[in-house]
Ligand binder design. Sequence first.
Ligand code: NDP
Ligand code: OXD
Length: 314
Amino acid sequence: VAALLLAISGYRPEPWAGALSILRGACDVRVWPDAGDPADIRYALAWKPPHGLLAGFPKLEAIFSLGAGVDALMRDPTLPAVPVVRYVDPDLTGRMREYVALHVLAHHRRMLDYAAQQHSRLWRELPQPAAREVRVGVMGLGVLGQDACVALAMLGFQVAGWSRTPKKVAGVACFAGAEQLAPFLARTDILVCLLPLTPETEGILNMRLFRLLARDGALPAPVVINAGRGGLQNEADILAALKGGVIGAASLDVFAEEPLPDTSPLWGHPRVILTPHNAAWSSPEACARAVVRQIKAHQNGAPLAHVVDRSLSY
Ligand code: NDP
Ligand code: OXD
């Protein structure tokens, strides 16, 4: 029998196992650690599986990532040489759109300042630019970045995006490559990071980059929003940049170590909005539907969609 192995660390697998019942007929579902006969396993749906686990299935044909980001899978030196498929679905894209719009608007409308004023029972209006006077820059013009750009442009912001290879997105000023990073940052008041974590992007959100953000914006200071991966950011640099006024505030959904350690000064920082890596959750039902679509197509001889380029790690 052909089977799919659900191999999830850090979350209870039951919701995804339940949702995958729609696979019945096409393939059996096994929940790690009860894989049964390793030779049955043709597919895996995985989130941070222990290194070496997937190498133990000799007939594996494809690995589906439970998330859009595949950095944890790519770090497994024994990962079998089968296609690795990213999770791409309108449900996930919509959830990220909500997160990005919420946090850009929260900083644009100075909600941290108003929360502090409310705490002091202070009735005071702060200068408020219109969205059209504020420049948002989105790092990463992939599935999630492009969608976020379009939503932000609809809200009226001046939007730019930065990617590895040149892109064209209607209504969005597109920058590409290392040489266009500085001009992209120089016109950015609110920076949104939706990059994948790869050897090239690791630690990119650092003091050197923060210093290149626009200093002539309509907001009091530049803002950084990271919903990509914790490994993209230097957390000590974020704290130092906040202290030195290089940036005025940050929204962080992802961290170098998750859960964020109790001792992290980010927890209590008055200029940081922190969420527990849930900017865009992989809904079991939507994720199962996407996997089933792909498996059925694959079994009919069609190519898999959203396959990771292993040479680029994303
Ligand atoms: P995509 O693969 O569709 O897009 C990645 C984008 O990043 C592309 O535009 C790519 O450029 C760009 N990029 C990659 N490397 C570089 C580089 N070295 N320099 C400049 N640009 C680069 O990914 P998604 O949009 O689907 O997802 C992005 C990330 O969001 C995921 O990898 C994941 O880490 C994170 N994520 C976080 C979630 C959360 O809840 N916090 C939920 C879902 C995703 P190019 O277009 O030229 O290839
Ligand atoms: C993802 C995530 O990569 O949840 O989808 O972070």
